[in-house]
Structure formats: structure tokens, C-alpha cells
Design a protein around this ligand. Structure first.
Ligand SMILES: [Zn+2]
Length: 144
């Protein structure tokens, strides 16, 4: 386990995940992993979404960079979701340091975090589809 931790700390990959899950011992003792884990996991999904995007800027606010951290912790577009999650977790603020420990507290907290991620992802994907539709329509209009 400590070798694993040393490698995790030294690795250059998955640094965003590392910011959230610093202590692998805590993470490995989690009890609430459900079958949706791989499908809905906040970090992975949001990061994958980032990689797909051609432009780095946030489409939902004026931020120049839209990455998983911006989406989960900063973007004002998701304030309502964040407030709900904070209430459900019983925390005053949501940070890269407290989210994972809070998430591991109970099955309810785990579900609250995954729903938070899923809701935002779905809304982002929907907005993305709308943008694609609009740009296709615009292109078609230009070609006519
Ligand atoms: Zn934003």
C-alpha cells in the first residue's frame, strides 16, 4: 500500500484525480462503491469530456479554462447543483480537499456526489448538442 501511495504521489498522470484523492488508504477503504461507479464517476467522466473539447474556454461562464476542477468547484453555472450537494453533504464549502472524504462518509453522500456529477454532465452534453445543432444550421444557411 505504501509503495502504491509513493507511486501515486510521484506519477505525472492523473494529477487532477490526485488533488482529490491524496490518501489512497482512505480511498481504498471506501464502502459505498456501487455498480454505477465506473459509468458515473465524476472525475473520469468530466475529464473525458474535457479531452473531447476543441476549445478550452468554458461555454457556461467567462472562464478561460473549463476543466473538471472548474466544472465541479468553480463554474457559476452549476451553483444550484453545488448548493444542493453541499446541503446533502452537510458542508459549508466544497473543495478538492473535502469532497472525497465527505463522499465516503455514507451511502447517501456517495449517491449525492454521483448524482451531482451526472446532472452536470447531462446538462453540459445537452448544451454541447445544442451548440452543434446551431453551428450546423448556421453553416447550412451560409451555404444556401
Ligand atoms: Zn464556467
Amino acid at each position: 500500500m505504501s509503495l502504491w501511495q509513493t507511486r501515486w504521489d510521484a506519477s505525472t498522470k492523473g494529477r487532477w484525480t490526485h488533488r482529490l484523492i491524496r490518501d489512497l488508504r482512505v480511498w481504498s477503504r471506501r464502502k459505498y462503491v456501487n455498480s454505477n461507479f465506473n459509468r458515473t464517476w465524476l472525475l473520469r467522466k468530466l475529464s473525458a469530456q474535457d479531452r473531447k473539447k476543441a476549445t478550452p474556454g468554458c461555454h457556461h461562464c467567462s472562464a478561460e479554462n473549463d476543466d473538471a476542477e472548474h466544472t465541479a468547484f468553480d463554474c457559476p453555472a452549476w451553483n444550484a447543483h453545488r448548493t444542493n450537494l453541499k446541503n446533502e453533504l452537510g458542508v459549508n464549502s466544497l473543495t478538492t480537499t473535502n469532497m472525497i472524504p465527505a463522499m465516503l462518509e455514507s451511502a447517501e453522500a456517495w449517491t449525492a456526489c454521483t448524482s451531482f456529477a451526472v446532472c452536470i454532465m447531462q446538462e453540459k452534453e445537452e448544451a454541447e448538442r445544442d451548440r452543434e445543432k446551431r453551428s450546423t444550421t448556421l453553416m447550412a444557411a451560409t451555404l444556401e
